[in-house]
Design a protein around this ligand. Structure first.
Ligand SMILES: NC(=O)c1ccc[n+]([C@@H]2O[C@H](COP(=O)([O-])OP(=O)(O)OC[C@H]3O[C@@H](n4cnc5c(N)ncnc54)[C@H](OP(=O)(O)O)[C@@H]3O)[C@@H](O)[C@H]2O)c1
Length: 269
């Protein structure tokens, strides 16, 4: 029997770069790719959790790891990543990191709102620009852009974040169509509420049927299974049902009002 993930690794290995790969969904992407035998470059801002995760995975799965302590919203991120990945064959990039300030749009500073653009939109564009051409040259590789159910329509209290997630969704879908002819698979993957440190810290006041959080493990497993099969996908049956209702069946106005009620209830505002 083939080793777990050996075909997947042959298609997208030997190195994967996970932008935001220390904890939560990013940490779980790292774990599931290590299980498939990938060597990993993990990027995050906090050195402690990043180094610990890299060490644990290297020991448990006998893989090579490199860590990059950096802010993906930094305009100078590319030279840093280029230096850290020199002579490595990167076959898979997962752009997982995101910034999501919660609150009324006009009460947030312009600096905070522009930072959301930098991390959630500028970062993916930069990494795609840097790491896709070698994949195209090899006619082999993959890109996963993590996006969100909140990118399916305007969402009160997370207006800028939701708009950037719509950007990631549409960017990923367009690239899927352009790059599949070149042998590179692109996937925009929508998570719904997922129990990550980031999610827990935002302290959702309560969750309803459609906002009950999933665990990171099945979300990541579904994303890896969807790569190469579809331009975009949604994690979990409950989120897929919610997506169908909100994006396809409801009038747009009703969808925006419904998500607004859910975010206000979740964040107690
Ligand atoms: N969790 C949810 O409920 C949920 C729902 C829908 C969509 N999503 C999407 O799923 C993805 C992951 O979500 P998550 O929020 O739960 O995060 P997460 O997977 O728990 O962690 C975020 C990772 O990114 C790193 N990171 C964050 N900002 C960074 C920056 N500016 N530069 C470098 N590294 C950074 C974090 O480490 P450091 O903090 O040390 O930098 C951490 O490793 C996001 O794209 C998000 O939009 C999540």
């Amino acid at each position: 029997m083939a080793a777990p993930g050996s075909t997947f690794r042959a298609q997208y290995g030997p190195w994967a770069l996970i932008a935001g790969g220390s904890v939560g969904l990013g940490g779980e992407f790292a774990r599931q790719l290590a299980l498939r035998g990938f060597n990993l470059i993990l990027v995050a801002r906090r050195e402690g959790p990043l180094e610990e995760h890299a060490r644990t995975l290297a020991a448990a799965y006998r893989i090579e790891t490199r860590t990059v302590v950096a802010d993906l919203g930094d305009p100078q991120i590319l030279p840093v990543l280029r230096e850290a990945t020199r002579e490595l064959e990167i076959g898979l990039v997962v752009y997982n990191a995101a910034t999501s300030p919660i609150g009324r749009h006009l009460e947030q500073s312009i600096e905070d709102k522009l930072r959301v653009l930098d991390v959630n939109c500028r970062g993916p564009l930069l990494l795609i620009h840097e790491f896709c051409p070698p994949m195209v040259a090899r006619r082999r590789g993959g890109i996963i852009l993590m996006t969100s159910m909140s990118g399916l329509q305007g969402s009160a209290l997370i207006t800028t974040y939701a708009a950037t997630k719509a950007f990631d969704l549409v960017l990923g879908e367009g690239l899927w169509d352009e790059l599949r002819e070149e042998g590179v698979d692109v996937l925009a993957f929508c998570a719904g509420a997922t129990r990550t440190p980031n999610f827990e810290e935002s302290s959702p006041a309560r969750s309803g049927f459609f906002t009950a959080p999933m665990e990171p493990e099945p979300v990541v497993a579904e994303a890896l299974a969807a790569l190469g099969r579809t331009p975009s996908a949604v994690a979990g049956a409950r989120n897929r049902l919610a997506g169908l209702l909100m994006a396809r069946l409801m009038p747009r106005r009703l969808a925006v009002e419904t998500i607004g009620k859910a975010t206000r209830a979740m964040y107690g505002k």
